[in-house]
Write a protein that binds this ligand. Structure first.
Ligand code: HEC
Length: 144
């Protein structure tokens, strides 16, 4: 019994720290920052650019939508965060993708880490609950 109490006490901090990264974010701030930094390419209503699935003559994909019709929710939060912070070029190179150039700039200098998370939380808040839950489930080690 004594061991059980000790064990439970040890578990408490773990549960607190393993929160889902996009919970309890400032969604209002994320919305404002999205309009300022992302909407010019990804669309005011997160609709993306036309024909976003087809690579352009310049070897660059148009910006994909961030609403539920796109593939943003197919990715785990770490990937979305890194893609936004470091930009597509660095991420594609790191994964050995050479067929496409990237049109996605890195925002590591323009935005703080918390601001990037606020933006991602805003994007996520526009998805239906079912899709929010699927995306949350793609984050190993992060409990909801
Ligand atoms: C100059 C245009 C441009 C701006 C501004 C821009 N993006 Fe992108 N983004 C792109 C393009 C183009 C892609 C497609 C992939 C590529 O080219 O690397 C992309 C891809 C992405 C992806 C990976 C694909 C996905 O949906 O999972 C994420 C995440 C992303 N952008 C987030 C953001 C966020 C957040 C902002 C604002 C802070 C932003 N982008 C601003 C052009 C832009």
């Amino acid at each position: 019994m004594k061991y059980l109490v000790v064990l439970l006490l040890l578990l408490v901090p773990v549960v607190v720290f393993v929160g889902y990264e996009l919970d309890n974010r400032d969604i209002k701030n994320g919305r404002i920052l999205y309009k300022q930094q992302c909407a010019s390419c990804h669309g005011t209503n997160l609709e993306g650019q036309p024909n976003w699935q087809r690579i352009g003559p310049d070897g660059i994909f148009p910006a994909p939508p961030h609403d539920a019709s796109g593939h943003t929710w197919h990715h785990d939060t770490r990937f979305l965060f890194d893609y936004t912070k470091r930009g597509g070029k660095a991420l594609l190179e790191a994964r050995g993708v050479t067929v496409a150039k990237s049109g996605m700039p890195g925002f590591g200098n323009a935005l703080a880490d918390d601001e990037i998370h606020d933006i991602l939380a805003y994007i996520r808040s526009t998805w239906p609950e079912r899709i929010q839950n699927i995306q949350a489930g793609r984050n190993p080690g992060q409990k909801r």
